[in-house]
Design a binder for this molecule. Structure first.
Ligand code: SF4
Length: 378
């Protein structure tokens, strides 16, 4: 999600290519390769691609960023063919770093960098002003992604429209949580101004290429927590957008909130949980309220309701199946991806190295991503 905005901040020529589609010719024609390492499951793909970059074109500079990259930055610059890891929020680092590399200048003053020779001293944390200024939508430079998002009903990949970065909740394993965001990015949750969210929705609505968007962060929840006010929601929901919406509700919205929301989009997919706080609490949501939402969804052709739960998935899926059998447009959510955790940070270097080995060595991830062989000597 952040990669799109970061790439849009560059003024040099650029191209987006999925990792498995990169040719040697592409690598020979590039001066910098930037890779995302947010979730840990593509650790090995990043390792391979970085190594390939240096073999095919030794003059290439390799930059990686993302939460997993930031957590294991020291190990990655030591073990992988990576020149720079960007820590935390990359908005203050990526463009100056790229410009300085291309101009042959020193990068010493660029914040949040880890290299084979050490760390830069300066640090940067995302501000609301910088968050507002990000262009999350221009994707002409990434043709395959643009093609995919243009296909209605394609599901993922959506175009993501951020409302907040970070979360007000503190779920232990989630890197969006207040505590972990602070440890990685040295800041609390950042909220985008509602006008910018609305402008993005208008832009998507008017675009021939974008059919479906995912809003990141539940603004009804932000209102409930008094982080956003009613005007915030009124601004975003002040018109009808000719696009489909996917939204994950952290706690149960009311039927009238959902009615209003779905009235603003061509089709709406809302995900709710049986448990409070994005499914992470042990506290159940009120079952009658869930049933009311399911009943409401069952009567709306343009609405799809997904029900998920992380605490006891077998029990939850059984409950969700019952509701699905009773009401149309209601489905148990496949929450496998939701269970992909990122590793925890730690001040203890040995623990960190053991965690890295553990994530590096998980065979299931290898199968999932088509990798069978890997040897890591710690
Ligand atoms: S799991 Fe959801 S509610 Fe909990 S911290 Fe993460 S984003 Fe926030």
């Amino acid at each position: 999600m952040g990669v799109i905005g970061l790439m849009n901040s560059l003024t040099c020529s650029k191209r987006g290519i999925y990792g498995d589609q990169i040719t040697d010719e592409d690598l020979c024609g590039a001066r910098i390769v930037a890779m995302d390492l947010h979730w840990m499951f593509h650790l090995r793909s990043v390792e391979d691609l970085a190594a390939r970059c240096k073999t095919v074109n030794p003059s290439l500079t390799v930059i990686i960023g993302g939460y997993t990259a930031a957590i294991f930055a020291d190990i990655l610059v030591e073990k992988f063919a990576v020149d720079f890891v960007i820590l935390g929020d990359a908005e203050g680092s990526f463009r100056p770093l790229v410009e300085r590399i291309l101009a042959g200048k020193s990068w010493d003053t660029v914040p949040n960098l880890v290299t084979k020779t050490g760390k830069t001293n300066q640090s940067y944390s995302l501000t609301a002003q910088d968050f507002n200024a990000i262009d999350n939508l221009s994707i002409d430079w990434f043709p395959q992604y643009k093609k995919l998002v243009g296909e209605r009903n394609a599901g993922i990949p959506f175009v993501f429209i951020p409302v907040a970065r970070g979360c007000h909740h503190n779920c232990e394993w989630c890197y969006g949580s207040r505590q972990h965001q602070y440890s990685l990015c040295k800041r609390n949750m950042v909220l985008r101004d509602a006008g910018y969210v609305k402008n993005d929705l208008v832009r998507c609505s008017e675009s021939a290429d974008i059919r479906e968007v995912s809003i990141i962060a539940d603004f009804f929840e932000l209102e409930r927590l008094k982080i956003a006010d009613q005007r915030y929601i009124d601004t975003i929901l002040s018109m009808r957008y000719d696009i489909d919406l996917y939204i994950e509700c952290y706690n149960l919205p009311s039927v009238s909130q959902l009615e209003r929301l779905s009235g603003c989009f061509a089709r709406t997919t809302a995900a709710i949980s049986f448990f409070r706080d994005h499914g992470q609490s042990r506290e159940w949501n009120d079952h009658d309220s869930i049933e009311s939402i399911a009943r409401w969804a069952g009567m709306r052709d343009s609405v799809r309701l997904l029900i998920y739960g992380d605490v006891n998935n077998f029990l939850i899926r059984e409950h969700a199946r019952k509701l699905s059998a009773k009401y149309s447009n209601v489905f148990p959510a496949d929450d496998a991806s939701w269970r992909i955790v990122v590793p925890y940070p730690t001040a203890d270097e040995n623990t960190n190295r053991n965690q890295f080995k553990y994530f590096y060595g998980i065979r299931n991830w290898e199968k999932l991503w088509g990798r069978e062989e890997a040897a890591f000597s710690g």
